[in-house]
Design a protein around this ligand. Structure first.
Ligand SMILES: [Zn+2]
Ligand SMILES: [Zn+2]
Length: 551
């Protein structure tokens, strides 16, 4: 029984871990890398056709986004998750495929003119359609048998609808171990979903550390803050534009707007319209609205019992077609417009910014984290101008933010959670920024009295003996050229994943060569030297020529 760390290792995204038990290969999460990374991940060391099961902690793309890629490459086994995770994956993976198909079409149109090789998307909608029937769902706190000697149990992680910590019980002969994966651990007192549930005891704990170095500020009075912002904006005759992540954040925001409307807190603008303008957000809101009893917290359940849908209200307009979307800005009535993407890097929000940013009566309200350098980040930094659709737009609208809508536990809560797991053997820290993982591991070790490590991609541990059996080779990501004019939600690292089939094959050969070198310990010096000379020949032949900078 062993564990191999693949993704979200000393970085925040691309969650993926391999468990090997009794000859079975089990992946825990299969996430896409998003945003800038600093280390390369190893390839999954088992061909997709030889993976026996995938277990998902929750639906976010950084935990599920490469699943259709696995299926496209031969995976046919079951995908275990909660029912809400399955439903959210259905819409989010289709959205992800759509973005990639769109990207491929755009690049191939450009590439044709430059006579470039055809650009293949990571996966297509068809791959997602092949993926969805593989799901096997179960509720929280129910034991699910994956194989002889391997069972799992989901515990509510309080991070997103359907999110789970997953407890594995694994057996090989007389040896039994328990392993608890935190997935992403939720913040406390979020609307709609429960706070994270107390974790069970486990021998090994794999814990995220996204906010492993931060303490969330005290929770503000959202209803009061929002009421003020809405009242001021509507009184000025402007629109309130809210860039929001389509799944989770949008529904939380709707929850507060419903309260404000119900309590009649906005004066003089009866029935002010609220638009959700993002096909993905609309689909997600529909999922939140249907029989999610198992996942809601007590407040939301009470509302449901009273016949109230917690995320909808009479003046809510949802738009799906692009014609409907365009009509929103031609109507002068002051309104709230909620749209994606959350950091304004793609999607319809960009149209709404174009129509509203230059109007001093309008407000742009940020409710989520904005990466520096994104359109959202620039606006929060006080930019006077931003470029949208090739046009410079003056920033005259009021730019505001409400903090701590975070869906992740902060450092004290993460540490408390690990302590409650009463780790019997060891703690692994993943899903955090490089330095944060190390720092948080030290803190957790001090708090629990058990060893804690932050593994790099490629590290392998024996779970029966608690021994490190393979150290990771730390490979920094080489900065890639940013292609001008591309839809900029696609990060540098994702370009890496969009490598042509020929480049992927070449990489595979490169990885085999590394393995061959590792396996050559027994060879004679003569043989080793011969091999080295031949490799050096290849490097000389294909490597950067003198006088170039290797770009
Ligand atoms: Zn997440
Ligand atoms: Zn995550």
């Amino acid at each position: 029984m062993q564990i191999t760390f693949i993704g979200a290792t000393h970085e925040v995204t691309g969650s993926c871990t391999l468990l090997e038990v009794g000859g079975k290969n089990i992946l825990v999460d299969c996430g896409m890398e998003q945003g800038a990374d600093i280390f390369e991940n190893i390839e999954i060391p088992v061909a997709p056709a030889y993976i026996d099961a995938v277990v998902l902690t929750h639906a976010h793309i950084d935990h599920t986004g490469k699943l259709p890629f696995l299926v496209a490459n031969g995976y046919r086994g079951p995908v275990y998750s909660t029912e809400a995770t399955r439903q959210l994956c259905d819409i989010m993976l289709r959205d992800s495929a759509h973005i990639q198909e769109f990207e491929a079409t755009w690049r191939n149109r450009k590439g044709k003119r430059a006579d470039d090789e055809e650009y293949v998307p990571l996966y297509t909608t068809e791959d997602v359609l092949k993926t969805m029937p593989l799901f096997r769902t179960a509720g929280y706190d129910t034991e699910v048998t994956l194989f002889d000697g391997v069972t799992i149990r989901y515990i509510d992680a309080g991070h997103l609808l359907g999110s789970a910590n997953v407890l594995f019980t694994i057996r090989e002969g007389d040896i039994k171990r328990t392993l608890l994966f935190s997935g992403d651990l939720g913040n406390v007192d979020k609307p709609l979903i429960r706070s994270p549930q107390d974790p069970p005891q486990a021998d090994y704990v794999v814990c995220e550390s996204t906010y492993g170095d931060r303490v969330h500020p005290e929770k503000p009075d959202y209803v009061k803050q929002l009421t003020n912002i809405i009242q001021t904006t509507l009184d000025r005759g402007g629109n309130l534009v809210v860039p929001a992540f389509a799944v989770g954040r949008t529904q939380e925001f709707l929850y507060y707007i419903r309260i404000i409307k119900e309590e009649g807190l906005i004066k003089g603008h009866d029935g002010f319209p609220v638009y959700v303008d993002s096909p993905l957000a609309v689909e997600a809101t529909n999922i939140y609205s249907t029989e999610m009893y198992e996942y809601y917290d007590d407040d939301a359940l009470q509302l449901l019992r009273e016949g109230i849908n917690p995320v909808t209200f009479p003046d809510l307009e949802v738009t799906v077609s692009s014609e409907e979307s365009m009509a929103i800005n031609s109507d002068p009535e002051p309104k709230i417009i909620i749209s994606a993407s959350g950091m304004c890097e793609a999607g319809r929000i960009r149209h709404h910014l174009k129509h509203n940013l230059w109007r001093p009566e309008c407000t742009i309200l940020f409710i989520g984290y904005q990466s520096p350098g994104t359109v959202g980040g620039k606006l929060l930094d006080g930019a006077d101008m931003v470029k949208l659709f090739g046009e410079e737009i003056a920033v005259k609208a009021e730019i505001l933010r409400i903090d701590s809508f975070s869906s992740h536990a902060d450092e004290p809560h993460l540490c408390e959670w690990v302590k409650k797991t009463d780790p019997g053997v060891r703690i692994f820290i993943n899903h955090g920024e490089d330095a944060v993982t190390e720092k948080f591991a030290a803190e957790v070790a001090a708090a629990t009295g058990k060893p804690a490590v932050a593994p790099y991609s490629g590290e392998v541990w024996d779970l029966a003996t608690d021994e490190l059996i393979q150290r990771a080779e730390i490979v920094p990501v080489v900065k890639k050229t940013v292609h001008e004019g591309r839809t900029d939600h696609v990060t540098d690292h994702r370009f890496e994943q969009y490598a042509s089939p020929a480049l992927r094959e070449l990489r595979r050969s490169g990885a085999e060569l590394t393995q061959l070198i590792e396996a050559s310990r027994e060879c004679s010096n003569k043989e080793l030297n011969k091999m080295r000379r031949e490799i050096e020949e290849i490097i000389k032949k294909y490597g950067p020529q003198e006088g170039t900078d290797g770009q």
